[in-house]
Design a protein around this ligand. Structure first.
Ligand code: URA
Length: 436
């Protein structure tokens, strides 16, 4: 069947058969479908919708577009964490070495920046020399040596998602539950896992912003995991402000290193708190410990000994990066950037920080992509100084944009519009909203 015939079926609002979906995914992988045909069908799916059967069918076809990793010769339980995408959401860089030190093998396949959110691969590439394009044999060798490996989709592992992910990023087709489920689960199920914990974001900076819809996404992800035999849990977490202090690739790696070095400041605490919660859940799922309390104790001890930082250093070495950044995280910060302060226009309490505005602003100054072919500027980003619930006075700094000289004129104004300041405290935040 020709691509245009399959596109026409969905354009006209009809369901696609399993065979038609398989033909589409085959065409994505063997290059017989062009980018514009792939995008036309994805947009038609986005607008016309996919039913439950179609959702399972596209997830299965995307998963089977590559191979499922055989990790049976690794004794440790295999576990991973994945997020549905957030702003300043950098926990993977902490969770992978932390879970590895605690006894879980973490074969983490991640993505690049998507929409207004950052991606683990782009963050890792801000470490000089760090290679995320690993053939499976190398990936496995690294996993065996240090307990975790971090890489992108390849021709062998989740190739359909590699292509479709990049096109969705550039064509405003990310925020649709069946496409998110297919994208995430085709990557994660290819890892041959025993357990998977999902960080499902809700609120202004999430792809699925409304809580009721977020719950649906969480259930759908868990059901898919269960159908494919993987112990899957979802934790719904708040994205009504960026996570932690920094948004932007190098800046986020810097924050993670500060945390692993035991030098986290107050604004970084939520990044640590969420990393601990997700890792603890994974340790319990993998039966490394029997309870969340025992898991958190184990995690705190691992962090306090410095072993997690050392494990991250080993991984950086094995993946070709410069391990010296573990001793001097400041080396990641680009000198000579322009810093633009975002100033409070009124006194009061910060009620909300629209993280969609912040994520889009960071993309606009080069931290994300406008087209699939773009490279990102790893250096730029945003620093949160005040967070939700903080008292501020008119003229206080709310945050600082780290940008290139020619970008400084309008960006401060845009970012100021992300902040809602009210006379009274309107709400406080709870990072973890629910577990599914
Ligand atoms: N993360 C993914 O890997 N895919 C999505 O579609 C959204 C978040």
């Amino acid at each position: 069947m020709r691509p245009q015939e399959i596109i026409a079926i969905k354009r006209d609002g009809k369901a696609l058969s399993d065979g038609e979906i398989a033909t589409f995914i085959d065409g994505v992988c063997d290059g017989t479908w062009t980018d514009y045909q792939i995008t036309a069908l994805i947009m038609a799916m986005f607008i016309r919708g996919l039913n439950r059967r179609e959702q399972y069918s596209i997830t299965g076809a995307m998963l089977n577009s590559g191979t499922i990793m055989d990790l049976s010769d690794i004794d440790a339980p295999k576990g991973d964490k994945h997020s549905t995408g957030g702003v300043g959401d950098k926990t993977s860089l902490i969770i992978a070495p932390l879970a590895a030190v605690c006894g879980v093998a973490v074969p983490m396949i991640s993505g690049r920046g998507l929409g207004h959110t950052g991606g683990t691969l782009d963050k890792l590439e801000s470490i000089p020399g760090f290679d995320v394009n690993l053939p499976f044999a190398t990936f496995k060798k690294i996993l065996k040596k240090c307990g975790f490996a971090l890489a992108g989709q390849t021709k062998q592992i989740a190739p359909a998602d590699k292509k479709i992910y990049a096109l969705r990023d550039a064509t405003a087709t990310v925020p649709y539950i069946p496409l998110i489920v297919a994208s995430i689960m085709s990557k994660k199920l290819a890892e041959g896992l025993d357990a998977l914990v999902l960080d499902v974001k809700t609120g202004s900076g999430a792809f699925i912003q409304k809580y009721a819809e977020t719950l649906k996404l969480a259930h759908s992800l868990c059901e898919t995991g269960k159908t494919f035999g993987v112990n899957t849990k979802a934790i719904i977490t708040e994205m009504n402000q960026p996570l932690g202090r920094y948004v932007g690739n190098s800046l986020e790696v810097y924050e993670c290193l500060k945390i692993l070095r035991g030098e986290a400041d107050d604004v970084m605490q939520p990044t640590l708190e969420l990393s601990v919660e997700l890792t603890a859940t994974l340790l319990v799922q993998c039966k490394v410990v029997g309870s969340m309390e025992a898991a958190k104790d184990k995690i705190r001890r691992a962090l306090a000994t410095g072993e997690v930082l050392e494990r991250f250093r080993l991984n950086i070495e094995l993946q070709g990066g410069d391990p010296k950044i573990c001793d001097k995280p400041e080396g990641l910060l680009t000198k000579g950037l322009t810093k633009v302060a975002v100033i409070a226009e009124a006194s009061g309490y910060i009620g909300d920080i629209d993280s969609l505005i912040i994520g889009n602003a960071v993309c606009e100054i080069g931290g994300g992509r406008l087209t699939a072919e773009d490279s990102v500027d790893h250096a730029v980003g945003y620093e949160c100084i005040k967070t939700v619930g903080d008292r501020v006075n008119k003229g206080d700094e709310l945050g600082i944009v780290h940008c290139r000289k020619n970008q400084s004129t309008h960006i401060g104004e845009k970012l100021r519009s992300a902040y809602k300041i009210s006379r009274d405290i309107t709400r406080t935040t709870k990072l973890v909203r629910a577990t599914v």
